[in-house]
Design a protein around this ligand. Structure first.
Ligand code: NAI
Length: 480
């Protein structure tokens, strides 16, 4: 705590470097900046106390300062132990007008390379606003903040938290220890927080899946807005974002020539489609694996071989998981791979590649090439290269998606926060999507920057196709 701003970041002296990057990012984030201009006077988020858990990058810094500009009181953590950009975290804490000695910005608890214990310590702190207050809004990416509140409230109702062994390194054991400590301090803490929270806006596919499951099980405690399934989010960030940041991550981590290599992409959803495009663009020979016949057929129609992993495990040079599922690449399969094959994941959680199984392989050694790049040498003498310990490599080995595409995602986030906070009656406890006219609005905010000239419907044409001249132009089930 310095000058009344609480924080836990790597180094406040990085703030100036972060601020210069933020200035460039603001120029590349026209949607978010337009929202700042539109709502700065009305202050729709005045009274909102937003707890945000989302990769603490330069782009996220622009989102945070937008929420603050709209009147919100904000606290932030990263949703991944490797994804924080330390200069961005420092810049947010210091704020546009502050100095490292006299910060004036927003509380952030995040640094690159947290341990899991530190990660959950930060996530718990996220809920402790100054003056003993709690958040009344959540902004989540992957659902860890939402999970902590729900698990906490659930155990409070049951009267106890299951006690794992004090040295159990499993992530869920760490969550349980975090909750047990928290409940020891204040018995009904998360029940109270859940009652105060007006809603959560969720960023990614995996977090959204968790929310729909909570809703289906009748356990969802507050309304949720599924930001991921705005068209201007998943069809842009997941696809075009990964098309940019995947290659960035591969290059920074290994600088291996991608052209000519055999790349195996597991999963051909939105993220998989972007990954394939990027790898093909570099001249890789790409094959995919899928479990969904529709996505498999799409891949085939794009001229891709659709294979089973076992068919190519000995031949692939680069293996990439994009499924949001677990157990995609096993330790036994990694042992069979070519010498120095690269194994990486861009799905949200670290269980797509069986890292635990790999570590338990008898006789295996782990050699650090550099942070977030490890050679795992099998007893037979062959090695594989694993990026970011199996976590999101585009954020662990590079700096995530570029600003322009994140402006689309985060414009959705800002609008979703305004919707949930200001119109609670419109959104009962359930998982909702943003109305289509707001999705179209986000796209519209990004056209000028690209010199796009949109054709305007005539009144007669609008009547002929049965839409309003101002939109929405498609029915909700349209798939783009
Ligand atoms: P999606 O649902 O569109 O695609 C996932 C695909 O994987 C589906 O087509 C599914 O059928 C397939 N799949 C599931 N199990 C499989 C298996 N065992 N083998 C082969 N394929 C399998 O989801 P989306 O939006 O592409 O997201 C994927 C993951 O990426 C999620 O975890 C999401 O949270 C994450 N994500 C990561 C980003 C990043 O910056 N790294 C950005 C956006 C999303």
């Amino acid at each position: 705590n310095l000058n009344g701003v609480e924080f836990a970041v790597a180094d406040l002296a990085l703030a100036e470097a972060g601020r210069t990057q933020l200035r460039l990012a603001e120029h590349e984030m026209p949607g978010l900046m337009a929202i700042r201009r539109e709502f700065a006077g009305a202050q729709p988020l005045k009274g909102a106390r937003i707890a945000g858990s989302l990769h603490m990058t330069v782009q996220t810094a622009v989102l945070i300062e937008t929420l603050v500009a709209l009147g919100a009181d904000v606290r932030w953590v990263s949703c991944n132990i490797f994804s924080t950009q330390d200069e961005a975290a420092a810049a947010v804490v210091v704020g546009p007008g502050g100095t490292p000695e006299r910060p004036e910005g927003t509380p952030v608890f995040a640094w690159k390379g947290e341990t899991l214990d530190e990660y959950w310590w930060c996530t718990d702190l996220l809920f402790r606003f100054a003056g003993g207050q709690s958040p009344n809004m959540l902004l989540d990416d992957g659902g860890d903040a939402t999970l902590l509140v729900h698990k906490g409230a659930q155990f409070e109702a049951a009267g106890a938290v299951p006690r794992p062994a004090a040295d159990d390194p499993d992530e869920y054991a760490i969550v349980l220890r975090t909750l047990a400590e928290s409940l020891a301090q204040e018995p009904k803490r998360f029940t109270r927080i859940a009652a105060e929270v007006r809603g959560v806006t969720e960023e990614t596919t995996n977090g959204v899946k968790r929310l729909y499951k909570l809703a289906a099980d009748g356990e969802l405690l507050f309304p949720a807005l599924n930001v991921n399934d705005s068209v201007t989010k998943s069809k842009f960030d997941n696809k075009y974002g990964i098309r940019h940041s995947l290659v960035d991550g591969l290059n920074r981590a290994t600088d291996v020539m991608i052209g000519g290599k055999l790349a195996v992409v597991c999963g051909y959803g939105d993220v998989g489609k972007g990954a394939v495009e990027a790898l093909r663009g570099q001249g890789a020979r790409v094959v995919v694996t899928e479990i969904d016949p529709i996505c498999a057929l799409q891949a085939a129609m794009e001229g891709l071989d659709v294979v089973e992993l076992d068919d190519v495990v000995e031949r692939g040079d680069i293996f990439l998981t994009t499924t949001g599922n677990f157990g995609i690449i096993s330790a036994a399969q990694m042992a069979r791979m070519k010498h120095n094959a690269i194994v990486a994941n861009v799905g949200h959680f670290d269980n797509e590649i069986d890292m635990a199984g790999l570590a338990k392989t008898p006789g295996i050694t782990k050699i650090e090439i550099k942070p977030q790049v490890h050679e795992w040498r099998f007893p037979a003498g062959n090695s594989i290269i694993v990026l970011s310990e199996g976590r999101l490599m585009n954020l662990g080995n590079a700096t995530g998606h570029p600003s322009f595409v994140m402006s689309n995602s985060f414009a959705n986030q800002a609008i979703a926060q305004i919707e949930l906070f200001t119109k609670p009656d419109r959104y009962p406890v359930a998982v909702h999507r943003l109305p289509k006219h707001l999705d179209e609005k986000v796209a519209r905010l990004h056209l000028d920057a690209l010199g796009v000239r949109l054709t305007k419907l005539t009144k007669a044409q609008a009547e002929y196709v049965g839409v309003d001249v101002e939109g929405p132009y498609k029915l909700d089930h349209y798939r783009y």
